[in-house]
Design a protein around this ligand. Structure first.
Ligand code: DGY
Length: 325
């Protein structure tokens, strides 16, 4: 008998066809109240789950006694109770690699947009307020040649370093669990303690995952170490930052600007003070959001799920201790 797969993310027609061939499929079209009720109804018979942007905690997982595998369409796995999945013997997979370059592109888009004030000045033009040649009041700051500080030198951090080093002639400094000699060799990057990086970087970029250790890593004390010209970029997770402390630093101009793709709460509240600040570029978690990359991520998730349900080890297994070869 075919296994039952519950999708809480729409997939392209070719990927849906692949799933239908291998499994009985229930598609939850959206994660509104109706969708969540449908999900709860489908979970008791589910063998596999595939989706993103849903907190899958023990309470929901308890509704799925037959669950064998969860395939996340994301690289970040902060939405999953990994300990509980592991305890239950459920395989969790994610989609690394395929989104690395696109997410680094997003990081660089935010670097350029904040430094050159692209959104603020484009809005000025659109509003009909470009009435004379601009002067120092509207000048931005250079990107090329400035020091790029990367916190979290994983795949995305490396891709950002590559762009900064080769594309913009930026000295690269980084902070991570431990020094990475290969990265230092390729990009001339130099390891720094966190306080040193915060003091020395012109651009402080977060590319690290949200974990118990990284939650709230950047708060008032860390913003105080940055200088008035520092530009802060976050393409990791909102909860790595104390958002109130960030707002305070931006309002007081103790840092120059922020480019933010992620927030403590998403979607961002419409009345967030961040949206009243000209020195903020806020985007709606677009890190990997291109047609090509989202399709590649979905394909990767489908591969992982079908492998797991066929008794094979998924390529991108997050909790390998569950795997009994
Ligand atoms: C990821 O894959 O983790 C991106 O942030 C999209 O959620």
């Amino acid at each position: 008998m075919k296994k039952h797969v519950v999708l809480y993310k729409k997939l392209s027609a070719p990927l849906m066809a692949r799933l239908h061939e291998a499994a009985t499929v229930t598609l939850i079209e959206s994660l509104d109240a109706t969708g969540l009720a449908q999900l709860r109804e489908a979970l008791p018979t589910a063998h596999g789950l595939l989706g993103a942007s849903l907190r899958l905690d023990a309470q929901l997982l308890d509704l799925a006694p037959r669950l064998e595998a969860v395939a996340s369409v994301s690289v970040g796995v902060d939405n999953y109770d990994i300990d509980y999945l592991t305890q239950r013997g459920i395989l969790l997979s994610n989609t690394p690699d395929v989104l690395t370059e696109t997410t680094a592109d997003t990081g660089f888009a935010l670097i350029l947009a904040t430094a050159r004030r692209v959104v603020e000045l484009a809005n000025m033009v659109r509003a009909g307020n470009w009435n004379q040649n601009i002067g120092p009041l509207h000048f931005g700051s250079d990107v090329h040649g400035k020091t790029l500080g990367i916190i979290g030198m994983g795949r995305i951090g490396e891709a950002l370093a590559q762009r900064g080093h080769f594309g913009f002639g930026m000295p690269v400094i980084y902070h991570s669990h431990s020094p990475k000699p290969a990265v230092e060799q390729r990009f001339g990057a130099q390891y720094r303690s966190l306080p040193d990086l915060l003091q020395q970087a012109d651009f402080v970029c977060l590319t690290l995952p949200l974990t118990a250790e990284t939650q709230g890593l950047i708060g008032a004390r860390e913003f105080a170490l940055m200088g008035p010209e520092t530009i802060f970029i976050n393409i990791s997770r909102g909860k790595v930052v104390d958002e109130a402390a960030l707002v305070e630093a931006l309002q007081q101009r103790t840092i120059r600007a922020a480019g933010l793709d992620v927030f403590e709460r998403e979607p961002l509240n419409h009345d967030s003070p961040l949206l009243r600040l000209n020195n903020v570029v806020a985007t709606p978690h677009i890190g990997s959001a291109t047609h090509e990359t989202r399709e590649a991520m979905a394909r990767c998730a489908v591969d992982n799920l079908l492998a797991a349900l066929a008794g094979e080890r998924p390529k991108n297994l997050v909790n390998p201790s569950v795997w009994k070869a």
